[in-house]
Design a protein around this ligand. Sequence first.
Ligand code: SAM
Length: 286
Amino acid sequence: MNYRHAFHAGNFADLFKHAALLRALDAMAGDPGPLLVVDTHAGAGRYRLTREQLDRGEASAVRLLLAAPDLPGVFEPLKRAVTPQLGGVLYPGSPLLAAMRLRRDDRLLACELRADDGAELAAVLKPYGPRAEVRLADGYEALASALRSWRGRALVLIDPPFERGDDYHRTAQAVFDALRVRPEATILIWTPFKDLETFDALLRGLEARITAPALAALLRLRPPFDPLRLNGCGLIAVNAPAGLEAALGEAGGWIAAALGELGGGIRLVHLATAKRGGAKGRASAL
Ligand SMILES: C[S@@+](CC[C@H](N)C(=O)[O-])C[C@H]1O[C@@H](n2cnc3c(N)ncnc32)[C@H](O)[C@@H]1O
């Protein structure tokens, strides 16, 4: 495994994913029942971004987050979670954002395969005690059994590196297996957007196999003329909590305007899963 999130932390896709995750966590915390958060691909949990990284390169998105005069409200919780430091900032990863939101009876299971990132993550989550478990394990495999042994509600983030050919297949299978165990679980799936067909194939695969309501947000920085580039990213929300759709539109619209090129934008589509009326459910193509 070559991918290390430290080389990409704080890019536009992190801002989009993390703003959405916080909105989902906050919406679900409105219900008093205990919540299990499963982060299947957790990373190192916190990333030190130097001033140089903030000035140029992918992490300059964080500089915008901290300084933009027109920052929409959807980013405020994420902005508050970034810690200024001498010579840069500490940018929070998804498991840390989830841990920061844990209430007394909530739990976090954060899976990571890399021993080095897993050790960093364990240190970052130590202050949250036994409520936040770091497991050096395959997140796809751990998900269904974690849901099976939990009684309350569940929020899942599936955020693979997509460096392996089978990540799309394993993602769809993990969603399917998770929903079989817990049909009402909220599941957020992050994907890169390089070409339209790869993204659409994942949507078609989900539409064919799941019945829960699902929403796909496609954030394009530019049209996908070059499929070797990261032309944007997708976020698919199964059983999305109230307010998430509006948040995705607000976050994606701002990122596309601030960091995108001509042809950038955000598109939100409800998938044609069975509960939305089968094949007629998808309102329009992406
Ligand atoms: C995109 S990064 C995660 C970033 C993190 N979710 C965040 O937003 O801060 C993907 C991580 O998944 C790890 N990984 C890859 N395959 C995995 C698997 N099958 N199970 C668990 N972790 C995996 C990688 O080592 C990498 O740290």
